[in-house]
Design a protein around this ligand. Structure first.
Ligand code: ASP
Ligand code: MG
Length: 460
């Protein structure tokens, strides 16, 4: 089995975490002796990217000394972790490399701080330091512990456009580089270790994919190399049937479809951001979420078709603190162009709407960003009556089985019979039912739905 293993910031947070990574990778290689060795993608150590963002901000405020101090603190943290992972000449080489990288960046940052002009390209150069450093450390640690590995500069592999902070991959060019720079190592049994999140333009200018972009990198490399599975190693067991802060006994979701994952993520479930796994969806490559602290747990598998067993539903999601905007027009609603006009107002003020329901005389939408709400209302009032309700919540029941089992809809609604439902919608996909209720009712509603649709907790 050919896999990409991506380890997030908490999975490489310190020497202990990195040691777990080594064991996981070694274990995989031992258990799959006839497979190609995995490609390993790592995030920056946890919190490092935040500090680098701060570094860029300080440089922009011409605070060169403070920015350089932050980098120096980060270097100290990395050197410390390196010292407890690697020893001897390998440690010396690693520390010299880390020091050289951070010092070079520091000199650049001081330069930018002189004018306070930190371009998007400069910001990406600063942010890239986290993944470059963590990947160098993990690669060195692998070698030290007897796992054959090679550090690869992710910027030479992931070719992107020049949209800094939100770069998009050039798939063709990246595929070619993956073959040349990654597959060449795996072919001889060496694990390529590279940073996620970062890339470079064809001209070699450093770019980043956007915060949290390491998953995206893993999906891109996985798609380019046509692997059998993309593993996303994190600090939770996988996707849960509900947010454990809201529902007391959520279960692990063993398997779900890409579409379910998208709907759940959209409504606030803590799961991979759907856009980040798009390259995997396109190539029909399964993505598995795993816990690096508990590698024995089987995790959650996201595939194109989802679960094949006949369970009821997949999961619940909940988005708190949303506002409902009701737009009423007795005269105009059915007139053509009304809906376009209405949505144009939201568009103009760059406000996304989540749930939309319509009746003969009114349209209700929910928004979670109320920053431009006053402007929106003022504009809507030029052609309709408008009222709003704040402190609302969206509760969303998701499952492919909603398509095939009509009783599920009835059961969900019946379960909530004592909770005032403001809006109810089932989209054409029939993969989810969405309820808009008072925010204060959300915990009750989630627990009631969970008990009804996922059964009483199983003793374990
Ligand atoms: N280190 C980057 C971030 O924190 C990318 C990632 O972790 O996925 O946003
Ligand atoms: Mg991260």
């Amino acid at each position: 089995m050919n896999v990409i293993m991506k380890f997030g910031g908490t999975s490489v947070a310190d020497a202990e975490a990195m040691t777990r990574v080594i064991n996981i990778v070694r274990d995989h290689i031992t258990r799959h002796p006839s497979s190609t060795v995995p490609v390993v993608v790592v995030s920056a150590m946890s919190k490092v990217t935040d500090r680098l963002v701060e570094t860029g901000r300080l440089a922009g405020e011409r605070q060169g000394d403070e920015a350089a101090q932050l980098l120096s603190d980060l270097l100290t943290r990395h050197l410390g972790v390196a010292a407890s992972l690697v020893e001897g000449d390998a440690l010396k080489a690693l520390q010299a490399q880390l020091t050289a990288d951070f010092h070079a960046l520091s000199a650049q940052v001081r330069q930018w701080a002189l004018t306070g002009e930190v371009s998007p390209a400069a910001t990406d150069t600063i942010l890239a330091a986290g993944e470059l450093a963590s990947s160098r450390m993990v690669a060195a640690a692998f070698i030290q512990r007897g796992v054959r590995a090679a550090w690869v500069d992710a910027r030479t592999v992931l070719v992107t456009d020049a949209e800094h902070a939100a770069a998009a991959p050039d798939t063709e060019a990246t595929t070619e580089r993956c073959r040349k720079l990654l597959a060449s190592h795996t072919a001889v049994g060496e694990v390529p270790v590279l940073g996620g999140f970062i890339g470079a333009t064809a001209a070699g200018v450093t770019t980043t994919l956007g915060r949290g972009g390491s998953d995206y990198s893993a999906a891109i490399f996985g798609a380019c190399l046509d692997v059998d599975e993309i593993q996303i190693w994190t600090d939770v067991d996988g996707m849960l049937t509900a947010d454990p802060r809201v529902v007391s006994d959520p279960r692990l979701v063993p398997e779900l479809s890409f579409n379910e994952a998208s709907e759940l993520a959209y409504f606030g479930a803590k799961v991979l951001h759907p856009s980040t796994i798009l390259p995997a969806v396109a190539k029909n490559i399964p993505v598995r979420i795993l816990n690096s602290r508990r590698p024995e747990v089987r995790g959650t598998m996201i595939t194109a078709e989802g679960r094949r067993d006949a369970g009821a539903l997949t999961a619940l999601a909940c988005k708190r603190g949303v506002t409902v905007v009701n737009i009423t027009s007795t005269r105009m609603l059915m007139a053509h162009g009304f809906l376009r006009r209405l949505f144009e107002v939201f568009e103009r003020f760059k406000t996304a709407v989540d749930v939309v329901t319509t009746s003969e005389v009114s349209v209700s939408v929910t928004v979670d960003n109320t920053r431009r709400l006053e402007d929106i209302i003022r504009n809507l009032r030029t052609f309709a009556e408008v009222s709003t309700e704040s402190d609302m919540a969206i509760v969303c029941v998701v499952g492919e089985n909603l398509r095939s089992d009509p009783t599920l809809f009835a059961r969900a609604v019946t379960t909530l019979q004592h909770i005032p439902l403001r809006l109810v919608s089932q989209a054409g996909s029939r993969r989810n039912i969405t309820f808009v209720i008072r925010d204060g009712d959300a915990p009750d509603a989630m627990n009631l739905l969970h008990d009804e649709l996922f059964g009483a907790p199983v003793a374990s």
